[in-house]
Write a protein of this length. Structure first.
Length: 326
């Protein structure tokens, strides 16, 4: 093997030059692929990866990180891996990172501010290339001046930190219009956590705007932090059903619910069944996020699809563009 190094046992170890010769490209181009520097076509990138697999070539990650002062790892901080939405985010972030030759380091903060800060410090110490953070913490921004690319996911923070989110207002408007198109005239929105400012709050704002424009009656119910943490909305939703349906005369009962997540929507479905309210005959229901849970209920839940895959791809692409500008 030309240029091959030798281990003590005499077995040849593939080098960067071997990979370049096998792929039919220059050593410089192979290096650019491994270090994600400059534009590389997908065809060239695949040639390099194929040659590496065939030659069993393993880059020296320690040397690479020392030379670049960073690793080919992107940190991801989520509040919980148990929540279907964040599980979906992690899945697509890993795919997007892997497509560009990066790995992710996953940190789950369990909704704890101090743990988020510890993870941020740990990721910085480990010289990650960048961080994607899905944080519900109000004052986390002051800890994100890290000298590396940082993206927040569905969370807008003060300063120049880039945030990636869907158009929550248009999503909320679409959900509300769908309920109105189905004949609903007395609508309920069960929103995210009261007192925590999130991009998702625009869903409720759109709901109210569309209802007012249509002359429809509506009510807004805000969940509590403890319910979000436990993902147990059952008792709260039961109260909503009692207030808006069971304790109302026939002509004043709510006939449509827009839930701000599929987790909430699934528990609305359970509460309606327990209270003898038929879905969709007596109550129309729309969720948000398009997670797997919407497919596992009977009946299945109509839900607004967040373009999570595109959002994850953009988050990774932004980090890599920032790195190329170093």
């Amino acid at each position: 093997m030309p240029g091959g190094e030798r281990k003590a046992g005499g077995k040849a170890v593939a080098t960067l030059r071997d990979v370049a010769e096998k792929a039919g490209i220059t050593v410089t181009t192979v290096s650019r692929v491994l270090n994600n520097r400059g534009y590389i076509s997908d065809q060239t990138r695949e040639k390099v990866y194929a040659a590496m697999r065939e030659l069993h070539y393993r880059p020296n990650e320690v040397a690479r990180s020392l030379s670049k002062r960073r690793t080919n790892v992107i940190g991801v901080i989520v509040p919980s891996v148990m929540h279907p939405f964040f599980s979906k985010v992690v899945h697509f972030l890993e795919q997007a990172a892997a497509a560009k030759g990066y790995k992710i380091m996953l940190c789950s903060s369990n909704h704890e501010r101090e743990k988020e800060i510890e993870y941020i410090d740990m990721l910085r110490s480990n010289k990650v290339a960048g961080i994607v953070i899905c944080s519900r913490t109000q004052d986390i921004a002051e800890h994100l001046d890290l000298g590396m690319p940082v993206v927040t996911f569905e969370r807008e923070l003060p300063g120049e930190i880039v945030s990636v989110s869907c158009d929550n207002y248009q999503g909320g408007a679409a959900a509300t219009r769908h309920l109105l198109a189905c004949g609903c005239r007395r609508l309920v929105h069960i929103s995210g956590t009261a007192g925590v400012l999130m991009a998702a709050d625009r869903r409720g704002a759109a709901f109210a705007d569309v209802c007012r424009a249509a002359g429809a009656e509506y009510a807004l119910y805000h969940t509590e932090e403890a319910q979000f943490l436990s993902m147990d909305y059952g008792g709260f939703i039961r109260t909503v059903i009692e207030d808006t349906v069971l304790h109302k005369p026939a002509g004043e009962r709510a006939d449509g619910i827009f839930a701000s997540s599929d987790v909430i929507a699934a528990q609305v479905l359970q509460a309606c069944a327990a209270c003898g309210v038929r879905v969709p005959e007596e109550m129309k229901l729309v969720g948000f996020d398009d997670t797997e849970i919407a497919l596992l209920t009977t009946p299945q839940i109509t839900t607004v699809c967040q373009p999570v895959e595109d959002m994850c791809r953009y988050s990774i692409a932004y980090i890599l563009r920032r790195l190329e500008g170093e």
